[in-house]
Design a protein around this ligand. Structure first.
Ligand SMILES: [Zn+2]
Ligand SMILES: [Zn+2]
Length: 505
């Protein structure tokens, strides 16, 4: 087999070893943070871990852009948010009423998801930094270089900026908006600007106190310089010709005398059949919703196994079961780099997802769940962990599972048994007798018995499968029969099948 180098190791190998590296990620918490956004932090985290594995000193940063303005009333917001458009998402109310601010509403669950995914960055809150005066020097430099920045932006991006354009937007003291106000005067020693807002207000903003912020295209390169960022993943929208990375590269060199970071451009994650995820359009599965269903290491694996430049079409239905199966396979081998970068120390061995899908639908409650699992020979000592796994599978069944994997065990012999012919019922009785004679109660033997009996009696095995499913589920299909009957338990299975056998007498 040829040695394939994992993409994260490729990234780590592309930068010089003999310096401290800072890998930056950043997401604006202006809407639900979805699994498309997760690619940003996971790409950064894997590059960071690959650096560390090479013995390079590295740090992972997550910058929360919580000082950004609300851009519009997104589809998931009530109309009443119209009055907040233009104001900082840190200064407007949260949609549910339980968080400190709008930004916190989306950030809090996201930060907890990062922990679950074993991503432990230094978290920087943009608004706090602006308020603390962290960027005062850099804002002054941007204001002093307004003409030069403007030339770069116009030349590289091809856009024409208004005559009174400024890289700094003050927070207007009257309308409270982060406003593209006209800057009338800059007082460097007092770190203030005089401005005239479109609302008519003329005021003074102190940029050492966070009374305004740099526009995105300048804010980004400013951060590279300030924090010493050397590697940064970002979405392909920033990577287009004349886009914010292109303008940022020039601005960081000319204004801040710093090199731009090594870029890692990533593609979108789309939801099968629903298109690329965009929080502004409401087409999302949030990271937290995903973690209700997918084990965190499998979610890491989804990102680890694809190069960043490859689009991911994620199917949370049956596609998820295949993904989990694939992960279980690589984790048994335990050697691949994809697996190493996906692993989370605290996650123990799992019960196969497909089996859990059967067991949670067979068991009436948690006690039944543990009985089923014990019957199949699983170690059930890690109670909490097993309950968490069962909880994820139940949520998957509720939200994403296709109908063909769902079933419910009927309390009584279903009326549909009457559909079976006398011959079918006799065959079923032969299979029942086989089960009665069987040593032990194992999935494989139960399953193979169907073929053995079918051969002896001279019928298609399908007839036995259908008759058994009908007897328990009132439908012709069901989960893999061996696991299913094993999970139900010997006595309940024999009881029901004997009852069915009486029908043919
Ligand atoms: Zn809230
Ligand atoms: Zn104003």
């Amino acid at each position: 087999m040829s040695e394939k180098i994992h993409w994260a190791d490729v990234v780590a190998g592309e930068v010089p070893r003999d310096m401290v590296h800072r890998v930056a990620t950043g997401i604006t918490p202006s809407g639900p943070i979805h699994i498309g956004n997760m690619r940003e932090v996971l790409t950064g985290d894997m590059a960071y871990k690959a650096l560390r594995d090479r013995g390079v000193t590295a740090e992972l940063l997550y910058v929360a852009d919580d000082f950004d303005p609300l851009r519009k009333v997104y589809p998931f917001l009530p109309e009443s948010y119209a009055e907040y458009v233009g104001r900082s998402i840190s200064d407007i109310p949260c949609p549910c009423g339980e968080h400190k601010s709008y930004a916190d509403h989306f950030l809090t669950p996201f930060l907890s998801a990062l922990k679950d995914l074993d991503i432990r960055p230094r978290v920087i809150f943009a608004r706090d930094e602006y308020r603390a005066g962290t960027f005062t020097k850099e804002i002054a430099a941007a204001l002093l270089h307004t003409a030069e920045i403007r030339r770069i932006l116009e030349r590289v991006s091809g856009r024409t900026l208004p005559a009174d354009w400024s890289p700094f937007y003050p927070v207007c003291s009257v309308c409270n908006k982060i406003s593209p106000a006209r800057i009338l005067e800059h007082h460097e020693t007092h770190h203030t600007v005089r401005y005239r807002c479109s609302c008519g207000n003329e005021g003074t903003a102190d940029y050492a106190k966070g009374e305004g912020k740099l526009v995105w295209r300048v804010d980004w390169p400013m951060r590279w310089a300030h924090f010493g960022i050397t590697i940064e993943p970002f979405g392909k929208d920033h990577a287009t010709a004349g886009g914010s990375f292109d303008t940022g590269k020039e601005i960081v060199r000319k204004v801040y005398h710093h090199d731009p970071p090594h870029p890692v451009v990533y593609e979108w994650i789309s939801l099968k059949g629903r298109g690329a995820m965009h929080s502004s359009k409401g087409v999302v599965v949030t990271i937290n919703e995903m973690l209700e269903i997918v084990p965190p290491d499998v979610l890491r694996y989804l990102i680890a196994r694809s190069k960043p430049e490859k689009a991911i079409d994620f199917d949370p239905g049956m596609g998820l079961t295949s993904l989990i199966d694939e992960y279980d396979r690589v984790s048994h081998e335990g050697t691949s780099r994809e697996f190493q970068l996906s692993q989370i120390a605290s996650v123990p061995t799992r019960i196969p997802f497909r089996h859990m899908v059967t067991v949670v639908q067979v068991a009436r409650d948690d006690r039944g769940l543990f009985q089923c699992l014990a019957r199949s020979g699983y170690d059930i000592s890690r109670t909490e962990d097993i309950l968490a796994q069962a909880g994820r599978v139940r949520a998957w069944l509720r939200k994403y599972a296709p109908d063909q994997v769902k079933f419910s065990v009927k309390d009584q012999l279903p009326a549909r048994m009457r559909e079976l012919s006398r011959k079918d019922l006799e065959t079923l009785r032969s299979y029942t007798e086989f089960l009665e004679r069987m040593d032990g109660w194992g999935a494989e033997a139960i399953h193979n018995g169907v073929y053995q009996v079918a051969k002896e009696v001279g019928v298609d095995p399908k007839q036995i499968f259908e008759a058994v499913y009908l007897a328990f589920l009132g439908q012709h299909r069901g989960p893999r029969l061996g696991w299913f009957l094993e999970a139900l338990g010997r006595e309940p299975v024999l009881g029901r099948l004997r009852e069915a056998g009486i029908l043919c007498v």
